[in-house]
Write a protein that binds this ligand. Structure first.
Ligand SMILES: Nc1nc2c(c(=O)[nH]1)N[C@H]1C(S)=C(S)[C@@H](COP(=O)(O)OP(=O)(O)OC[C@H]3O[C@@H](n4cnc5c(=O)[nH]c(N)nc54)[C@H](O)[C@@H]3O)O[C@H]1N2
Ligand SMILES: Nc1nc2c(c(=O)[nH]1)N[C@H]1C(S)=C(S)[C@@H](COP(=O)(O)OP(=O)(O)OC[C@H]3O[C@@H](n4cnc5c(=O)[nH]c(N)nc54)[C@H](O)[C@@H]3O)O[C@H]1N2
Ligand code: SF4
Ligand SMILES: [Mo]
Length: 888
């Protein structure tokens, strides 16, 4: 669908699923803007979405199939994959092979992957990174509703009078949905409660923030159910007509006294009561939840404890009401719909249901169908480790970084006889352990559909030709299917044909007894698929495209069509803190990076927000464990040790620390967070506990700290701490070491490998304070600079970074060596607004000196927050902090 060169497509990042207009430019870059007509975003985009055009360079793209590190033809690579899989299946049975896929492939890719494994190879050993992400929500939905149904829609957040955000940092992780909520709150006065151990950017709009003890949500929501019941604020009609199990659930919920709940949750009784009373009094309430709920050994119970409260009050499936699991990846939902998880079949059919197995097998006409659930992600890699799985194909995910016990995962893959990785990036921690690399088409090149958190199916459309030998994931899978002898089943001409087949399957013997039905598209033509506008499922024949909701009048998908209350007795997390590991490590996301950074780190404006991995720690704990501001912390769990920059902040609970999940060996020396995390999983969903790891922290005894910038990629030392981030004209690097360095000039020479005789070199040394500063100027332009100090380097980093590649006049040379701009050129400070590169110092100035009292004022003054709006919560926080300090 082209309009003046613009293509309508969907953002490849989070599950909000924003519509994007993209247009390739003559200089090879891509322009993007929000799609005004898309019902998820109506034209808005967040910082990551707005920077998409900057992530599309072919730097480090995987462009050719590779076998054992050497370029190969597609035929050679695919023949090898098929041969090795066939060999293993013949010798050791179908369960000796596995596929590990991702919520970042398209529905069409996912459908073909499932068909190949479950229908033709005959094993259910196909699981997905959604196991680390949405599995507890899926399991919770299935227990309560009989199906994996998201009952509501985004507009419910706008229609609600109360939005409870549980374990969700919506401002950073679903920014456009957050902005919709902020806008609705402005006009409608929506009350917002945030339940999160950390005071996150999302708390900027919270009327009440419950800084809950990690892992305690079940106790809090059990207490809410008990409270609603004892106050008679339940919907007797709904409970009686449409549900079962209420009595037992309440009995179980009642087992904790208010005193005990307060103790377990680490919250004051008065604050808990305030939340309960708000919920009790507000019919139009939505409970949004995400990884603080799912990634827990009680994740499924957390989901059901929340859902129980909505069933008890009948607040479900009506405008402005309901439990709402917001999904992480762009196609987490699509994957679930086509049976991406090891225990599901396509069309929300169950692997464990004989009728469903028959329907699917008949539909495919396949030789067989897997009849036992396959291994879930963590168990699947356990089976790779112990040799049960001998050939594994990993697609669009980076398990060496994202699975718990990640060092073990890496070792298992190294030892596995045959590892295939389909990726768009040449160098990741996972591509390093592959025998075969298959180059996939990336966003902008690939074509198909995705489903967002509110069941809206949208097209991702290609607007660029595939570079090099890159091919779509569905094609790669089909080619292997054909080579395994299933030519007819996998002879798809393109994604339209796959989509039509899937749509037809959802209608098979579905007389309204399965939630997912998009059979209206079973005969979708090429033209219709090309122009497919976003639509909500279900889409049975003859229905409109508008927003849909489920369960306002029961009609659940259980055998008796009643919704189920689930008993959720409180259980503490699997691990306990101890004197050896006294702190709880919580992990998650930052605003401007996406997962393992393979794409988002390509955009310099996205690395400006946070340029290195960090550990957020409360001042009391920092003092207790001897961590100085900006120093490096050694963080150790039972499994491993990492090195992170110390960020002292009272937004942490004492006893809890937080580290981002993003940094890998590609960007830092020792920061793979999942190397620390134990592989404890939820007993129902199999989802790992990524947010509760007992750790110890201590200072990393650095003798020196360094900050460097360089036009060419620096040669980093092989030991110690370092982190590297791309910036506009090159790279910025942070380094710290324990080894004595005698010759800093030599160190600089090795780091930058620049030395040309005609270049200019500036140096400054102060032996006593351990200061060394160095700048390398080529043809009058700054090519590299290095700042070394015995204490954390205090240079104005963004100012220095902006000089890289620039022509340097004499006064600037002096200032450069000092690492500080002159009085006339204020230092912007750390970047807050990545769209307009506005730093924290500029915003503080606008507040303190120019008297700005609102985010809009700051925007009018320095432009910050006036484009994508992702930084508005942080600006608000600065205004709050500074107004307090002004008043004080
Ligand atoms: N910028 C950005 N956005 C993203 C992504 C990204 O990589 N970067 N990834 C996407 C994906 S795949 C996902 S799954 C989503 C995730 O989106 P979110 O779930 O919102 O993100 P997280 O930061 O993982 O965790 C959410 C919050 O859970 C809190 N938490 C930890 N333990 C507990 C607990 O016991 N109880 C409660 N109530 N809260 C707890 C954490 O402090 C954290 O603030 O984000 C999506 N959006
Ligand atoms: N400690 C901790 N661990 C976590 C989490 C946490 O909160 N804490 N969160 C978990 C969650 S919710 C998630 S979703 C995971 C995410 O973790 P991963 O899925 O491992 O992370 P990504 O960086 O998204 O990996 C996607 C890979 O696919 C490649 N890729 C991108 N597009 C395509 C494509 O079209 N085709 C192919 N073949 N490849 C492509 C990218 O280059 C990248 O290498 O991490 C999980 N791990
Ligand atoms: S909120 Fe941001 S990352 Fe998520 S889909 Fe929209 S533009 Fe993309
Ligand atoms: Mo996720």
């Amino acid at each position: 669908m082209m309009d003046k060169g613009w293509t309508k497509t969907t953002c490849p990042y989070c599950g909000v699923g924003c519509g994007v207009l993209a247009r390739p430019k003559a200089d090879g870059t891509t322009e993007v803007k929000g799609d005004l007509e898309h019902p998820a975003n109506y034209g808005r985009l967040c910082s990551k979405g707005s920077a998409l055009g900057e992530t599309m360079s072919l730097d480090d793209r995987l462009l050719d199939p590779m076998v054992d590190g050497r370029t190969a033809t597609w035929d050679a690579a695919l023949d090898l994959v098929a041969d090795k899989f066939r060999d293993s299946i013949e010798k050791h049975g179908p369960d000796s092979v596995a596929l590990y896929v991702s919520g970042q492939i398209l529905t069409e890719d996912y459908y073909v992957a499932n068909k190949l494994m479950k229908g033709y190879i005959g094993t259910a050993n196909i699981d997905t990174n959604s196991r680390l992400c949405m599995a507890s929500s899926v399991a919770g939905h299935k227990r309560a509703f009989g199906s994996d149904t998201v009952p509501g829609a985004y507009e419910d957040l706008e229609l609600a009078d109360l939005v409870v955000l549980v374990g969700s940092n919506l401002a950073w992780c679903h920014p456009v949905l957050y902005q919709r909520l902020v806008a609705a709150r402005k006009t409608g006065g929506t009350k917002v409660v945030v339940i999160d151990p950390r005071r996150t950017a999302t708390c900027e709009i919270a009327d009440l923030h419950l800084a809950i003890a990690p892992g305690a949500d079940v106790a809090l929501f059990n207490g809410l159910l008990a409270h609603l019941t004892s106050r008679g604020k339940i919907d007797q009609h709904y409970i009686q007509e449409y549900t079962s199990g209420f009595g037992d659930a309440v009995k179980s919920a009642n087992s904790l006294s208010m005193e005990k709940i307060s103790e377990v949750c680490g919250l004051r009784e008065a604050d808990i009561r305030q939340f309960y009373e708000l919920f009790e009094a507000t019919e139009k309430s939505v409970s949004v939840y995400s990884q603080g709920v799912n990634q827990s050994t009680a994740g499924t119970d957390k989901v059901n404890a929340i859902v129980n409260c909505h069933l008890a009050t009948g607040r479900i499936g009506r405008p402005g009401m309901g439990p709402f699991s917001v999904t992480g990846q762009p196609n987490a939902m699509g994957g679930r719909e086509v049976g991406g998880l090891a225990n599901m079949l396509a069309g929300h059919m169950e692997l464990g249901n004989e009728t469903h197995r028959r329907i699917v097998q008949d539909f495919w006409g396949s030789p067989g169908i897997a009849d036992a659930p396959g291994l879930k992600a963590v168990d699947l890699f356990e089976a790779v480790a112990d040799g049960r799985i001998k050939a594994v194909w990993i697609m669009a995910t980076n398990p060496v970084d994202s699975l718990p016990d990640a060092d073990k995962v890496r070792a298992a893959l190294k030892d596995c006889p045959f590892v295939v990785v389909s990726d768009v990036t040449r160098h990741t921690d996972t591509t390093q352990v592959a025998d075969v690399l298959l180059p996939a088409t990336a966003w902008g090149e690939k074509d198909g559909t995705v489903t967002n958190s509110e069941r809206c199916i949208s097209r991702q459309r290609s607007f660029l030709p595939p570079p090099g030998e890159a091919r779509p994931d569905w094609w790669q899978l089909s080619e292997v299917g054909k080579r395994l002898g299933y030519r007819e089943a996998f002879s798809y001409s393109g994604p339209r044909e796959v989509f039509a087949e899937y749509a037809a399957m959802t209608g098979e013997e579905n007389h309204g007894n399965r939630d997912l039905d998009i059979s209206a598209y079973a005969n979708v033509s090429d033209d219709d698929y090309k122009d497919l506008a976003p639509f909500y499922w279900p889409q049975r024949h003859g229905r409109g495209r508008g927003v849909t909701r489920f369960f306002a009048e029961g009609q659940f998908y259980t055998s008796d069509r009643r919704g189920r209350f689930v008993e959720t007795p409180f259980r503490a997390p699997s691990s306990r803190v101890s004197s050896d590991f006294p702190l709880v490590l919580n992990t998650g996301r930052i605003r401007d990076q996406w997962h393992t950074m393979t794409r988002s780190a390509k955009a310099p404006r996205l690395t400006a927000h946070y340029a290195e991995p960090f550990l957020e720690i409360h001042p009391i704990d920092a003092e207790k464990y001897g961590l100085e501001p900006e120093s490096i912390a050694k963080v150790t769990s039972q499994n491993a040790t990492v090195l992170l920059r110390v960020a002292i902040s009272d937004s942490q609970r004492p006893g809890s620390v937080f580290a981002p999940m993003h940094w890998t060996d590609q960007y830092a020396s020792l920061a793979r967070i999942d190397s620390l995390i134990a592989s404890h999983t939820d007993p129902v969903s199999g989802q790992p506990e990524s947010k509760f790891t007992p750790v110890a922290v201590e200072p990393y005894a650095a003798r020196w700290f360094a900050f460097a910038i360089s036009v060419a990629k620096p040669e980093l030392p092989s030991s110690g701490y370092h982190a590297c981030a791309p910036i506009k004209a090159g790279y910025r690097v942070e380094i710290a070491g324990v080894e004595q360095i005698d010759d800093w000039q030599d160190f600089a020479d090795q780091l930058f490998a620049l030395g040309s005789e005609n270049d200019e070199v500036l140096t400054y040394r102060d032996e006593k304070s351990g200061q060394f500063r160095f700048a390398h100027i080529k043809d009058g332009h700054l090519a590299a600079a290095l700042y070394v100090s015995k204490t954390p380097v205090s240079a104005s980093r963004n100012w220095v970074a902006n000089l890289l590649g620039a022509k340097l006049e004499p006064p600037e040379r002096l200032r450069l060596l000092a690492g500080r701009p002159g009085e006339d050129m204020p230092d912007p400070g750390a970047i807050v607004c990545s769209c307009f590169e506005v730093g924290v110092n500029q915003i503080v100035d606008a507040i303190m000196k120019q008297g700005c009292t609102s985010v809009d004022d700051v925007g009018a003054c320095v432009k910050a927050g006036t484009n994508c709006g992702s930084c508005r919560a942080e600006i608000g926080k600065l205004i709050d902090e500074k107004s307090v300090s002004k008043a004080g």
